[in-house]
Design a protein around this ligand. Structure first.
Ligand code: C5P
Length: 213
């Protein structure tokens, strides 16, 4: 199952719950871009230099957890679960994810992981359109900007207005980049989760999947 959408749309929580309900695995492709971004920042590379970013991305060895109850991530043998969620990585990840060679490398890795798991829920921005165009079900989760900001700021105890501005900035960068921008795939089912609880979203998506397979 492919689950795409902007930040704060509920993708991660919903995807993990779906994977567990299906007795399958979960792939958080955003965490992969975040782990590479962490390595780029550690190396002190210039975020405006795509060649420098590409070099570090190619040198970085990633370990990607797929357990929906506890996905852990490492870069070059170092656990990065905490720093990849920090403000520094969040502020830089869209720039790193816009570099074509980084996307090429990570999409190939994502496709290799998917090939090894017949039951997998994959979340990201370009899963339906690029990474897994043959997915059984393609979902595009969305929610109002206010609802998304409220969810994120409840998660990390930040100011709602500042969170809404940061989400808008990242959405704009992710939707306007030239390679594989965030968009709704033509055959994706769009689900607006504004005002919906997690249980309702998960139940709705499971019924959509059951009607497809
Ligand atoms: O989903 P998450 O917020 O963790 O994603 C972090 C960033 O990684 C996104 O803002 C986007 O720049 C990038 N990303 C991407 N393609 C994906 C998943 C994430 O470009 N499939």
């Amino acid at each position: 199952m492919a689950v795409d959408g902007p930040s704060g749309s509920g993708k991660s929580t919903v995807s993990r719950r779906l994977a567990a309900a299906l007795d399958g695995v979960y792939l958080d492709t955003g965490a992969m871009y975040r782990a590479v971004t962490w390595a780029v920042l550690q190396a002190g590379a210039d975020l405006a230099d795509p060649d420098a970013i590409t070099k570090i991305a190619l040198e970085t060895e990633l370990s990607i957890g797929t357990d929906p109850s506890a996905p852990h991530f490492a870069a070059n043998g170092i656990n990065v679960d905490t720093p990849i969620r920090g403000a520094e990585v969040t502020g830089a990840v869209s720039a790193v994810a816009a570099v074509p060679a980084v996307r090429k490398q990570l999409v190939a890795l994502q496709q290799a992981i998917i090939a090894g798991h017949p039951r997998i829920v994959v979340e990201g921005r370009d899963i339906a359109s690029v990474v897994a165009p043959d997915a059984d079900l393609k979902v595009y989760l969305t929610a109002s900007a206010a609802a998304r900001a409220a969810r994120r700021s409840a998660e990390d105890a930040t100011d709602v207005a500042a969170t809404e501005a940061a989400l808008a900035r990242r959405d704009k960068l992710d939707s306007s980049r030239s390679v594989d921008p965030l968009r709704v795939a033509s055959d994706a089912v769009e689900v607006d989760t504004t005002g919906m609880g997690i249980d309702d979203v998960v139940a709705h998506l499971l019924s959509l999947l059951n009607s497809k397979v």
